[in-house]
Design a protein around this ligand. Structure first.
Ligand code: CUA
Length: 337
């Protein structure tokens, strides 16, 4: 995560999150974000110029006052003063020009974002839940929907049109490197286009306070090349693999037979719950619990036995498992590639 296109002071880079670069609007990796990035610099330039002019004027006034201290009784304004009138006219003109530039820039950027190449757009649905993301990808071959969660894969250079909905409260979908943010509102579908221009991992974040674990509602985003994306989609389409050894087989029994199956689906098994994230290819993901923990067997085991300790308030109840069963379940889940 090193690439960053802005060459400003290191401290500013760190402040902007640019050093990491994977969750920053100042390191655009998408057409939409690039447009917003140019608008950002236009606004910085216009407003910065005006700010410096005002500070300069103030400085000159203070300096003059200081030089003439004691000489003038009180400031006088002569309405017939030509210089003063010309100065005022100049300022008014400058403000009108500055605002016109900003309004025009903003208008053009919005038009460019709205005019994404949507013709061969890939279709996805993202649904916000407290506190995770349901992701469905339209299968270009069958027209059906392939479900996954918390990890969004996007093909490079191609527009993905995402329909955003919510199952509970208002959330906000924001991948700063790729596009603008947009709310997920219950009872309504919003659409956002994502056209990534650089491969790599990025981080999305829910950007609307949605309850105690709002901060732990992150989204792993991977921009793939066309081939990588096709491979990923093909792997997501397959049902879950059958366990390779006795421990994992016991894990399958635990997961599909216990309370896990009431909320989670694992395609190809008896687990068909819909309340929680689909786990069919859980082990292939990068993180556990919507970006809360890095994927590892320890993290999975901790999460399934003590979810309230990892993410207080989560809808996931603790599962009372014997240590051997917890170990088997985590082994099985990790194997779901
Ligand atoms: Cu979902 Cu904040």
């Amino acid at each position: 995560m090193t690439s960053c296109r802005v060459a400003i002071a290191p401290s500013l880079l760190a402040l902007s999150g640019c050093e990491a670069g994977f969750q920053s609007p100042l390191a655009p990796a998408g057409e939409q974000a690039s447009n917003i990035y140019s608008l950002f610099w236009l606004m910085m330039a216009v407003c910065g110029f005006m700010y410096l002019l005002v500070l300069g004027g103030l400085g000159i006034g203070v300096w003059r006052g200081w030089r003439q201290r004691g000489e003038v009784a009180a400031p006088t304004i002569d309405p017939a003063d030509r210089g003063l009138n010309r100065g005022l006219l100049f300022w008014a003109g400058l403000i009108v020009v500055g605002l016109t530039v900003l309004i025009t820039g903003s208008f053009l950027v919005e038009r460019r974002i709205a005019a994404a190449r949507a013709r061969d757009a890939l279709e996805m649905r993202v649904t916000g839940h407290q506190w995770w993301w349901r992701i469905q990808v339209r299968d270009p071959e069958t027209g059906g929907w392939i479900e996954t969660a918390n990890e969004l894969h996007l093909p490079l250079g191609r527009t993905t049109r995402v329909s955003l909905g919510s199952s509970d409260v208002i959330h906000s979908f924001w991948i700063p490197n790729i596009a603008q943010k947009l709310d997920l509102i219950p009872g309504r579908i919003n659409r956002v286009d994502l056209t990534p221009t650089r491969v790599g991992w990025f981080r999305g974040q829910c950007a609307e306070f949605c309850g105690v674990q709002h901060a732990h509602m992150a989204l792993d985003v991977k921009v793939d090349t066309a081939e990588e994306f096709a491979r990923w989609l093909a792997s997501q389409k397959r049902p879950a693999i059958t366990p390779a050894d006795a421990v994992a087989a016991r894990g399958l029994q635990v997961v599909a037979g216990e309370q896990c199956a009431m909320c989670h689906a694992i395609r190809g098994t008896q687990a068909t719950g819909r309340a929680g994230p689909d786990l069919t290819h859980f082990g292939a993901r990068r993180s556990v619990a919507a970006g809360t923990l890095t994927m590892s067997r320890g993290a999975v085991q901790g999460w399934i036995t003590q979810p309230q300790a990892v993410k207080p308030g989560t809808m996931m109840p603790p599962v009372a498992l014997s240590p051997a069963d917890a170990d088997a379940a985590s082994r099985y889940l990790m194997g779901l590639k």
